[in-house]
Design a binder for this molecule. Structure first.
Ligand code: ZN
Length: 426
C-alpha cells in the first residue's frame, strides 16, 4: 500500500504532492538520482524550501526559488541531523519526507470569537482562523476592520456564512429553500473558473422581506493551498476583504442596478442601449459591476498595504530593516493619480473586460472615436465609487471620498480630449 502525505501544506498540490509522495514511498529522491529535473520538481522543491524556511532551516523566503542548490541541500542535512536521520545527507527521501510531514500536523485551530460560527457550520475552521488572524491587526485599521465587520454581520445574521464550495450545503440550513438555487449558482460559478485565474470567491446576496442577507463561498483548491507564510495565504486574506466589501455594499449594489440610463451616468446613451440590444446584457449591470469592483479592489489594496506595513514594522523591530524611512515611503503611497490610473487600467484591462466587469461591448466601443469618451465614462463611474461603503469608521470613508474627488479633479481637464492616461499624473 502506498503512503500519502497528510499535512495540509503538502496535500492537494498536484504534481508536487506526487513528487513528494514518491519520495515518501521510496520511488525517487529529491534531487532526483538520475540528475534530471522538470517543472513539477521545481514546484515540489519550493514546497520543501517553504517548509525549511518555516522551520528555521533556511533564513528567508528569498530561498524559496525551486532550485535545489547547496543552501537547500545544507538545510536538509541539518534538518536530518537534528532528527538523527542518518546518513544526514542533503537528499530528501523516504524518512525525510515522513519527518517533514510530521512537523506540520493538521493546523491547530485558533479562531477566537469566530469559533462559535464553526460549531454552527457557518464558517469553515480555516476561514475562521483567517478572520481571527485579520482581527489580530486591530491597530491596522483596514485589515482589522474587515474582521470586525465580519464578526458583527455574522452575529446579526446578515451574513449567513463563509465556507468553501464543498461545504456550501451546510449553510443551506440557514437559508430559505426558495434561495437555495443561489447557493447552487455560486458553486457552479466557482467550478466554472480555474485554479490560477479564478474566480476564487463569490459573494452572493438574496432578499427576504425587509432584509437583504448574503453569503460568501470560496473555491476549494484556492483555500486548500493557503498555508501560513505562503504568498497564497496573503491572497486568501485579500480575497476575504474583497468579498466582504461586496457583501457590505449589497444594498447599494441593488440600487445601482435599478438606476436608469441617463446623461448623468452615461456619456453615450444610444450606445448604452445598443450594447444591451446586441448582447442581451444590461449596460446598467456593466456600470454596477465596474463601480463595485473598483471599491472592493480598493479595500483589498488598503488591507494589503496594512499587511505589508505590519511585516515591515516587525522587521524593523527584529533589526532586519535598518532604514525605517523605507516604511515612511510605503505609508505615503497614496499620491494623486495612482487610483485614477489604476481605475483606467482596470477599465481597459487586457483583452477581456467582459471577464472582469462584464462589459457588454459598451466600454470597448467607447475606446474608439471620438477621443475622450472612454476617459469621461471611466471618470463618471469612478466618481460614483464615493457612494459605496468602505469602512465602519466615517473618517476613513471621508478619506476615500476625498481621494476620489482629488483624483477626479486632477484627471478631468483632459477627459474631453484624450483616451490616454491624463498626463501630469503620477
Ligand atoms: Zn469582486
Amino acid at each position: 500500500m502506498s503512503l500519502s502525505m497528510s499535512s495540509p501544506r503538502f496535500v492537494g498540490r498536484g504534481g508536487s504532492t506526487t513528487t513528494l509522495e514518491n519520495c515518501l514511498n521510496g520511488v525517487r529522491t529529491m534531487p532526483p538520482m538520475n540528475g534530471q529535473e522538470n517543472e513539477t520538481d521545481k514546484e515540489a522543491v519550493k514546497m520543501v524550501q517553504q517548509a525549511l524556511v518555516d522551520l528555521g532551516y533556511l533564513p528567508t523566503y528569498d530561498e524559496v526559488d525551486g532550485e535545489f542548490g547547496p543552501k537547500t541541500s545544507k538545510a536538509i542535512s541539518r534538518f536530518k541531523l537534528d532528527r538523527k536521520l542518518l546518513p544526514a545527507d542533503g537528499v530528501v527521501g523516504k524518512k525525510t519526507s515522513e519527518a517533514l510531514d510530521a512537523e506540520f500536523p493538521t493546523r491547530p485551530t485558533n479562531s477566537g470569537p469566530f469559533a462559535t460560527f464553526v460549531t454552527d457550520k457557518r464558517l469553515d475552521d480555516d476561514i475562521a482562523d483567517l478572520l481571527n488572524e485579520l482581527r489580530g491587526f486591530m491597530f491596522l485599521t483596514w485589515a482589522g476592520q474587515t474582521a470586525d465587520f465580519a464578526l458583527h454581520e455574522l452575529n446579526n445574521k446578515n451574513l449567513v456564512g463563509i465556507v468553501r464550495a464543498a461545504n456550501a450545503q451546510k449553510i443551506k440550513d440557514q437559508i430559505n429553500p426558495q434561495h437555495h438555487s443561489k447557493v447552487d449558482n455560486a458553486i457552479s460559478m466557482l467550478l466554472a473558473g480555474n485554479p490560477s485565474t479564478g474566480p476564487f470567491a463569490v459573494a452572493t446576496s438574496f432578499e427576504q422581506p425587509n432584509w437583504i442577507r448574503g453569503f460568501i463561498l470560496f473555491r476549494d483548491d484556492f483555500l486548500n493551498l493557503s498555508t501560513p507564510g505562503d504568498e497564497r495565504h496573503i491572497r486568501t486574506l485579500l480575497a476575504l476583504a474583497h468579498e466582504l466589501t461586496h457583501f457590505r455594499n449589497r444594498v447599494l449594489s441593488r440600487d445601482l442596478l435599478s438606476e436608469p440610463i441617463t446623461a448623468d451616468n452615461y456619456v453615450d446613451l444610444a450606445l448604452a442601449d445598443n450594447a444591451f440590444l446586441a448582447s442581451g446584457v444590461r449596460t446598467e449591470s456593466v456600470r454596477k459591476n465596474f463601480i463595485e469592483e473598483i471599491s472592493c479592489r480598493h479595500v483589498s489594496w488598503r488591507v494589503h498595504q496594512d499587511l505589508v506595513i505590519a511585516h515591515a514594522e516587525q522587521q524593523i523591530v527584529a533589526g532586519v530593516i535598518v532604514r525605517p524611512h523605507a516604511l515612511d515611503e510605503l505609508k505615503s503611497n497614496l499620491t494623486v493619480g495612482r487610483l485614477f490610473r489604476a481605475v483606467l487600467q482596470f477599465a481597459e484591462d487586457g483583452a477581456n473586460p467582459i471577464q472582469i466587469y462584464g462589459d457588454n461591448g459598451y466600454m470597448s466601443a467607447l475606446l474608439g472615436p471620438p477621443p475622450g469618451n472612454f476617459n469621461r465614462q471611466v471618470g463618471l463611474w469612478f466618481k460614483s465609487v464615493e457612494r459605496l461603503l468602505f469602512h465602519d469608521d466615517p473618517t476613513k470613508k471621508n478619506e476615500v471620498r476625498d481621494l476620489i474627488n482629488n483624483e477626479f479633479a486632477a484627471a478631468q481637464p483632459q477627459f474631453a480630449t484624450s483616451n490616454a492616461i491624463p498626463t501630469g499624473m503620477i
